[in-house]
Structures are given as structure tokens and as C-alpha cells.
Design a protein around this ligand. Sequence first.
Ligand code: HEC
Length: 134
Amino acid sequence: MSNRPHRVLGPLGFILMMSWPILALSQEVPGNPQNGKILFEKHCVQCHGEKGAGDGPDTKFLTVRPANFHSLESRSKTDWELMTVITFGAAFSPMHGWSDRLTEDERWDVLRYIRLLAPFNPVAQLPVSPERHG
Ligand code: HEC
């Protein structure tokens, strides 16, 4: 490919090419958190707790502690990683998959609600370097 992409693509193509990350980032994320809240309170709250801190009333019967969605570990996981657990469950844990009880849309809804409680933070696990301010 030429090192002058605007010659090959034309000015409009060049602008589109340079702006795709902005277009990709501004795209709406799937899932409706209002419906997710209803589903969460019906199916998940007994283990994950009202605020998603992994402290629901059923935890006293569990040997594996439910995930705390506010932990750096959970917050730095991508939507796809969490969706995989919601869909298929986590091996050797009381977290079973929900693909038989929730539709794909409902699973996105509930994930969107979890992200509202504890927003995605991709750099949560990176050490803070002293050079960076803010
Ligand atoms: C019976 C208790 C229980 C119920 C009910 C439950 N979970 Fe879980 N969940 C767990 C446990 C325990 C883990 C941790 C699994 C592990 O670490 O192996 C977990 C892990 C998760 C994770 C992975 C978090 C991470 O950081 O990897 C997600 C996402 C999740 N649950 C979502 C849900 C959703 C959504 C529902 C309701 C539709 C739900 N859970 C219902 C017990 C439960």
C-alpha cells in the first residue's frame, strides 16, 4: 500500500479511514440497563448482592465466593469475557450458564446493568506510572 493513502482512497476515503476508531467507539453498546436491573434483581442478586459486590444473602451457602463486580479484576474484563461467563457459566463454581433461561438480548441487558454498577476500566490493573498525572 502507498504511504500516501489519500492518493489511493481519495479525500473522502481518507477521512473515513482516519475516523473509523471514532465511529467504532461512538457506536451504541448493546443492552438495556433498565431491563437488566429487573433481570439482575430476579436472578443474580441473591448471590452477587444488590450493588454487585458479591455479598448477596445466598453467599453463606456457597464455597466459591461470587464475583465482586467492583473489583479491579472484574472491571478490567471485557464485555465478551463477562458475557462468556454469563452465557456458559464458570467451571467448578455455582455460577452456571444462563443461555437456557435468558435470551441473548436479556444477557446483554443484565451485563449492561452490571457495567452501570461497576463501569468497565481497561487500565484498572496497570500500575500507575509516576510520570503520568491524572
Ligand atoms: C448461585 C449463585 C450465583 C448466581 C445466582 C449468579 N452468580 Fe454470577 N457468579 C457466581 C460465582 C460464585 C462467580 C465466581 C465464579 C468463579 O470465580 O469461578 C460468579 C461470576 C460471575 C461473573 C464473572 C465475573 C468475573 O469477573 O469473571 C459474571 C459476569 C456473573 N457471575 C454474572 C451473573 C449474572 C448476570 C447472574 C444472573 C443472571 C449471575 N451471575 C447469577 C455466583 C452466582
